[in-house]
Design a protein around this ligand. Structure first.
Ligand code: AMP
Ligand code: GLY
Length: 420
């Protein structure tokens, strides 16, 4: 079968490396892919948000199946458009993708169906938001309604910070139209867990849990980033918590979406906080997480393409989804300066792959045969081992063998997990 993957980051590279192993796939394309992905799939220079371009390419090249990985095309309706022209897809349609596309929608859904989450209020007027904040408990959490490149959440520790967040989101529109509505919610505390799950709208199969490290610097210091590293499984997510999440969060969400006429098919991402009052939803994503995918998929032992097809064809209940009992650690190499200003165009030399180590390229291009950095997050280095400690050691050993003069990484990915 001819398969195309929409997107061009480390997550897509991880998906493509697994799809490549599937005997059913004869040709694999990435739109647009990147310099690293071009070693594993044919990259085509069509942007992930160019839905017309994607559909034209699919028709012209007789694509049988599409995996739509990033949030933007999903929220824009890429799956609807592809299905319309007869291309089977992995990913939710536009109506279902709203679970990530609109925080207001997600919060109202949870409220209606009693799915545990932080208490919240919705505001469309900055004046009313400011009035409310004057007597709201601190810290408080302010979220732009729509997609904001993962940056639409501001935790305000003082009234001043809260007011300035409202100003920049609603008045200055720092995230554009995404800031026409905001959610102000209760600040929760507790360990965070990411759980990705396959669902065909009826059955839900959680993948191995994981832990992201969002801050740029060691000790969870520095600014928020797209994610500087991950480990899986997350030690806080034990069997009891998993069962509680299944009963109070995962299945109720799948059923709520179906009841709303928004059956969700694809990968549903649960960002959870394990509070003293039990697990609560911090956020939903309508897709594989990045860099969670880079630790979760290397632990998958079953055929990813078989699972994806069973989701599309709504027969996930009959599919075997098996994960290894081992652990994985992914360390992100980013360009110095990221997430603020950084320079590009530095050469990256990746050593020959060895067993249990994978290199997932996020932001690099090929220029005259060399791999050159072209983004903030450049490379994810994942290692798998029997234990978390082993995976961490192996990942850092592999990171240290990469040549990238303008790169930096955190040195403490997984440290907190080891202490849990
Ligand atoms: P983002 O990935 O930009 O959506 O960042 C969300 C991050 O903000 C989460 O990973 C949490 O660490 C934090 N966060 C979001 N909502 C809350 C909340 N209600 N209470 C405490 N922290 C939150
Ligand atoms: N790692 C969080 C995300 O993919 O949004």
């Amino acid at each position: 079968m001819k398969v195309m993957v929409i997107g061009g980051g480390g997550r897509e590279h991880a998906i493509i490396k697994l799809l490549k192993k599937s005997p059913k796939i004869s040709k694999l394309y990435a739109l647009p892919g990147n310099g690293g992905i071009s070693q594993d799939a044919v990259c085509v220079n069509i942007g992930a948000k160019d839905i017309k371009g994607i559909c034209d390419f699919a028709l012209k090249n007789h694509i049988d199946y599409a995996v739509v990985a990033p949030d933007d095309p999903l929220v824009l309706g890429a799956v609807d458009a592809l299905e319309e022209i007869g291309v089977a897809c992995f990913g939710p349609n536009k109506k279902a993708a709203e679970i990530e596309g609109s925080k207001v929608f997600a919060k109202n859904l949870m409220k209606k169906y009693n799915i545990p989450t932080a208490d919240y209020q919705v505001f469309t007027s900055p004046k009313e938001a400011i009035e409310y904040l004057k007597s709201a408990p601190l810290p408080t959490v302010i979220k732009a309604d729509g997609l904001a490149l993962g940056k639409g959440v501001i935790i305000a520790y003082t009234l001043e910070e809260a007011l300035s967040a409202v100003q920049s989101i609603m008045e200055d529109r720092m995230f554009g139209e995404s800031g026409s509505r905001i959610v102000i919610e209760e600040f929760l505390t507790g360990p965070e867990v990411s759980v990705l799950a396959f669902t065909d709208g009826k059955t839900l199969v959680p993948m191995v849990s994981s832990m992201d490290h969002k801050r740029a610097l060691d000790g969870d210091k520095g600014p928020n980033t797209g994610g500087m590293g991950t480990v899986a499984p997350n030690p806080y997510y034990n069997a009891k918590v998993a069962e509680e999440c299944m009963n109070t969060i995962f299945m109720p969400t799948v059923e709520a979406m179906r009841a709303e006429g928004r059956t969700f098919k694809g990968c549903l991402y649960f960002g959870l906080m394990l509070t003293e009052k039990g697990p609560k939803v911090i956020e939903y994503n309508c897709r594989f997480g990045d860099p969670e995918t880079q630790v979760v998929l290397p632990l998958l032992e079953s055929d990813l393409f078989e699972i994806m097809q069973s989701v599309t064809e709504e027969r996930l209940c009959k599919e075997e989804v098996r994960f290894s009992n081992g652990a994985a650690c992914c360390v992100i190499l980013a360009s110095k300066g990221y997430p603020a200003k950084y320079e590009s165009g530095f050469e990256i030399v990746i050593p020959k792959p060895e067993k249990s180590v994978d290199y997932f390229v996020a932001g690099a291009k090929i220029d005259q045969g060399c791999l050159l950095s072209s983004g903030g997050r450049v490379l994810g280095v994942t290692a798998v081992a029997d234990t978390l400690e082993g995976a961490i050691n192996r990942a850092y050993k592999a990171v240290d063998s990469v040549e990238f003069s303008n790169g930096y990484c955190r040195r403490d990915i997984g440290k907190r997990a080891l202490m849990a």
